[in-house]
Write a protein that binds this ligand. Structure first.
Ligand SMILES: Nc1ncnc2c1ncn2[C@@H]1O[C@H](COP(=O)(O)OP(=O)(O)OP(=O)(O)O)[C@@H](O)[C@H]1O
Ligand SMILES: [Mg+2]
Length: 372
């Protein structure tokens, strides 16, 4: 699958931009603030119906305008012909998404059909921030790979919300037995097996994902450091129903469920030390890139299409050897269409000197983009 052309109207710092893309490697070159990341974000919209960066859709409308449109023409294969995906938002209205001019009923139906993986400077947040970011990241990836996991996760979260509401209600009535204990026990009976299944699925996912991740890191770092990723859960080898019972008193006092799958974490280690406190910035960036490359590989294996690979600012913080190995890797046939951003044309050309796939270079300047 390739994205053949992209058109933007009043999207972030663009008024009106249109570009024809290469099925190989597309490089967006321009100064800081010129609009390179915004182009990758527009592609992210076409794939995942939302921004990778902005917290709300409305923030993507160009300041002073009252709507934005992002349109992309994809070709999946020769038989089905080109497919046009358009996302648009008018201020104060609902976002619309169309496929060949037909609106989708549910945005969720689109997700996974035109997959994309973004590698960005924000990825190191996965290492530096709390467990919630890591859970969200792996949950989202697992949900794309396995529908059963998504359904279980939705049920788990709904039950957890109800359980926490019961605990809170009990405290508000300010008597220790003021809450509906029978209801709590009934919720726990449903919650326990689902939590246990989530643990099993997360373990099974990591058994597959970790070796791929380690291979990518080894290639990128030329075997200099040994990385591992382990699963941390209160539910491992423990009866969750029992765990809920023994913590009931504490949960009641704290008004929330203190044990369960929603407390799981993923531990990142480099040469047996925590990556967050021991790895350098370039090593952390390499770690995050390897996580994303493993994501790419698993999505590509599961789906019919290779995801689009969006590389934002990959030259930053990586040494020349790692950049060369990364580019050698992504310019291989394993990866499909690639988009990358950089501030320096000479550096990009130098780094791409040995890449054999077709390359198109674009100059990005104050919200305009044109082939070099
Ligand atoms: N809704 C909006 N309206 C107008 N301008 C916007 C909007 N959203 C973002 N911008 C502007 O777009 C500009 C370009 O942002 P972008 O992140 O694409 O730059 P970049 O080329 O990737 O720069 P860098 O090299 O620093 O990463 C920013 O200056 C930002 O203020
Ligand atoms: Mg940028």
């Amino acid at each position: 699958m390739t994205l053949d052309s992209l058109q933007l109207l009043f999207f972030k710092n663009y008024d009106d931009a249109a570009l024809r893309l290469s099925p190989g490697l597309n490089c967006f070159i321009g100064d800081n603030g010129s609009g390179k990341t915004n182009l990758l974000d527009a592609i992210h919209y076409l794939s995942l119906t939302k921004s990778a960066i902005s917290s709300s859709d409305a923030l993507c409308i160009k300041q002073g305008a009252d709507f934005f449109v992002v349109k992309g023409v994809f070709s999946a294969d020769l038989i089905s012909g080109p497919e046009t995906i358009q996302v648009s938002l008018r201020l104060g209205q609902k976002k619309t998404l169309t496929h060949n001019k037909q609106p989708y009923e549910r945005m969720a139906d689109h997700i996974g059909r035109y997959p994309a993986v973004l590698i960005s400077p924000y990825d190191t947040d996965l290492i530096r921030q709390g467990s919630e970011d890591r859970r969200k990241y792996f949950d989202s990836l697992m949900a794309q790979l396995d529908h059963e996991f998504l359904e279980l996760l939705i049920s788990y979260n709904a039950l957890l919300r109800q359980r926490n509401a019961v605990l809170k209600q009990g405290t508000e009535r300010s008597t220790p037995h003021g809450f509906d204990r029978d209801y709590l026990l009934a919720l726990d009976e449903q919650l326990a097996p689902i939590g246990q299944q989530l643990t099993t699925l997360r373990e099974a996912f990591l058994a597959e994902y970790v070796p791929i991740f380690q291979r990518h890191y080894r290639q990128l770092a030329d075997g200099r450091e040994l990385v591992t990723l382990t699963y941390k859960s209160q539910l491992l080898g423990v009866d969750f129903a029992q765990l809920l019972r023994s913590n009931e008193r504490r949960d009641f006092v704290l008004q929330r469920t203190t044990t369960g799958s929603h407390r799981d974490d993923f531990v990142f280690l480099m040469d047996e030390q925590p990556v967050k406190s021991h790895a350098s910035q370039g090593q952390q960036k390499s770690f995050a890139i390897a996580l994303k490359l493993a994501q790419f590989e698993m999505l590509a294996a599961k789906q019919q299409h290779k995801p689009l690979l969006l590389l934002d600012d990959i030259f930053d913080r990586l040494d020349d050897k790692r950049i060369a190995r990364l580019l050698e890797l992504v310019a291989d046939e394993t990866f499909g269409q690639v988009f990358l951003t950089d501030t320096n044309l000479e550096r990009t050309d130098q780094a791409l000197a040995r890449v054999s796939i077709p390359i198109l270079r674009f100059r990005v300047q104050d919200g305009t983009v044109a082939p070099v």
